[in-house]
Design a protein around this ligand. Structure first.
Ligand code: AMP
Length: 559
């Protein structure tokens, strides 16, 4: 029998899932709640709503209409939040530009996305100067500032943000349109070749917002996000919509704090001054805050933090808990909008000592509502939920990019077999918790056995002298590959730590945890710093290239 569609009464409203609908409830629940800037200036949700209208009016006066692309290059500000809403609500596309890419890559992404307008913060004018004459499609420039007049160089500016808003009306009529209309585009931080464009529709962003709010709000007690929380992003707004949390926080009408540039002392002061209770970031950012001198004077005991973008080391989970931080893991990628899983603890486990809790807080997590996440073998057969059968993580959910912008070949590969391939490997335990064990490209094959680089990093980080570490594969004639650990030591412990001491620590832990015995083939080099990507993650590809020819230590015999 054919399926039967529901009957639609001609005058019924079918309610497309549009970003504008996220603004309905905060204006009823918490119109007076505030959005705060780093300098302490603040306004409420009513003003946010008015400014979104004014921005749309201003952009319309510059010729922006449905289908246009508006690129934004700025730190995390209230103006960026306004763009998150106004641009897609007009039916235009918001391009969030990765400000940490090289000028050539930024130029590539602006041309590739065919940006019509570039809205740019003053700190990024030197980048604009370097690329202005090679921009192919941008026809208007807006300075993201409250300056009285636009600068005369390096391009002719059409407007300054605040002036543009002040001359526009507060009642822009945002139209209804198809919920599958493209709302955003941004580029992956991939380390090979040109960045790839991923894109998301209104429907995808709204469903991602609802599912994230449902997962965060249904947590039993640990890591629960609720109406009285105070939100501050610590994942840049250019990167995967700051993991979608500005949309969640706005829909829930939370007090929000936008910190501008991520300067550690500023961030810690904002947490204290505004009583921030919820943030999210990659491990590098939390590492930077936990090692800042101001941290001892800052009360972090009301702060919930989702760590994602890279595996959270157990040592970090323990150190953060000891400061009272409610830390837990989130997982996703640029292609997935991004959130796929969150690692909330059952109430019974929240009384356990930090070391025990760390095991769960660093798990990759439980899938969000509507996420169909599987671990599969090479024949795409699902593996059992036994906590040990390891394969590639593939996924379906209503908010995954449907392809890479103008790149059908990579898009087909991404969606091979109608599941999105994450390129990550892991296993799922009987309680449904995913554990990512490595990226397919980073796992190390020694003596025919797989060794997880993440697990070795986790072990090394538990040694008191280790500040930072990256474990990469190095080619080896006898073993195929050997793990090479690039270790940055804590300065105060550098003199008392040797390679052999760390190798002994690894060997003991490998034995205790029953890991592949080839893990003890690990070679260790002490370094001053580790190469990172534009979003602060370890750039293992670059490190593999850099250390490919470095001589390794004499071979260990393994019986
Ligand atoms: P990106 O697209 O730059 O956000 O990178 C996404 C990749 O980061 C994923 O495919 C994973 O390899 C890694 N990643 C993100 N979150 C986690 C996590 N919680 N644990 C381990 N790896 C993660």
């Amino acid at each position: 029998m054919p399926v039967k569609n529901i009957a639609v009464t001609p005058s019924a409203y079918t309610y497309p899932l549009l970003i504008k609908s996220l603004l309905i409830t905060p204006l009823v629940h918490s119109p007076e709640r505030e959005i705060i800037q780093a300098d302490g200036s603040r306004y409420n949700y009513r003003t946010l709503n008015e400014r979104i209208s004014r921005l749309a009016g201003g952009l319309a006066s510059l010729g922006i209409e449905a289908g246009s692309t508006v690129a934004v290059m700025d730190w995390d500000t209230h103006r960026y939040l306004e763009c998150y809403f106004a641009v897609p609500m007009m039916g235009a596309i918001l391009q969030t530009v990765n400000i940490r890419l090289s000028p050539e890559q930024i130029l590539y992404t602006l041309n590739h996305a065919k940006a019509d307008v570039l809205m740019i913060g003053a700190d990024f004018l030197p980048v604009l100067e370097a690329i202005a004459d090679k921009l192919e499609t941008v026809r208007s420039f807006v300075l993201m500032s409250d300056a009285a007049d636009p600068p005369s160089a390096p391009v002719k500016f059409s407007a300054v943000y605040e002036k543009l808003l002040s001359s526009a009306p507060t009642n822009f009529d945002f139209p209804d349109f198809d919920e599958n209309t493209q709302a955003t585009v941004f580029y992956t931080t991939g380390t090979t070749g040109n960045p790839k464009g991923v894109y998301f529709s209104h429907r995808q962003l709204v469903l991602h917002t609802l599912a994230t709010a449902a997962a965060m709000g249904s947590a039993a007690c640990q890591g629960r996000l609720h109406r009285e929380d105070v939100y501050m992003p610590l994942t840049p707004m250019f990167h995967v919509h700051a993991w979608g949390f500005p949309y969640v926080a706005t829909m829930l009408g939370l007090k929000q704090v936008y910190p501008g540039q991520y300067l550690p002392d500023r961030l810690l002061k904002l947490i204290a001054r505004e009583d921030v209770t919820f943030s999210h970031c990659v491990p590098t950012i939390l590492h930077m805050l936990l090692h800042h001198p101001l941290v001892d004077q800052t009360d972090l005991s009301r702060w919930k933090v989702v760590i994602g973008g890279a595996a959270m080391p157990k040592a970090m989970a323990i150190a953060a808990q000891k400061r009272g931080i409610d830390i837990f893991t989130g997982y996703g990628m640029s292609e997935t909008c991004p959130i796929l899983t969150l690692a909330h603890l059952p109430t019974a486990r929240t009384e356990a000592p930090p070391e025990e809790q760390a095991a769960l807080r660093t798990k990759t997590g439980l899938p969000l509502p509507l996420v169909d996440l599987r671990v599969v073998d090479e024949a795409m057969q699902s593996l059992p939920f036994d906590g040990k059968s390891t394969g590639e993580v593939v996924v379906r959910s209503p908010w995954l990019t449907q392809g890479y912008l103008s790149d059908p070949e990579s898009s087909e590969k991404l969606w091979n077999g109608s599941y999105l391939h994450t390129g990550d490997i892991g296993h799922i335990d009987p309680f449904g918790y995913l554990q990512i064990t490595d990226r397919m490209k980073d796992v190390i094959k020694s003596g025919g056995e797989w060794t997880s680089s993440l697990q070795l990093e986790d072990i090394l980080l538990q040694h008191p002298a280790v500040m930072e570490v990256a474990v990469i594969a190095q080619r080896d004639e006898k073993w195929g590959e050997r793990p090479l650990a690039l270790v940055r030591l804590k300065p105060e412990m550098a003199d008392s730590t040797s390679e052999s001491k760390l190798r002994k620590h690894v060997a003991e832990q490998v034995e205790k945890l029953g890991l592949s015995r080839y893990a003890i083939l690990i070679n260790i080099i002490f370094v001053e710093g580790l190469t990172k990507t534009s979003v602060g993650k370890l750039n293992k590809r670059a490190m593999r290239e850099e250390f490919a020819a470095t001589k390794i230590a004499p071979e260990e015999e393994i019986s």
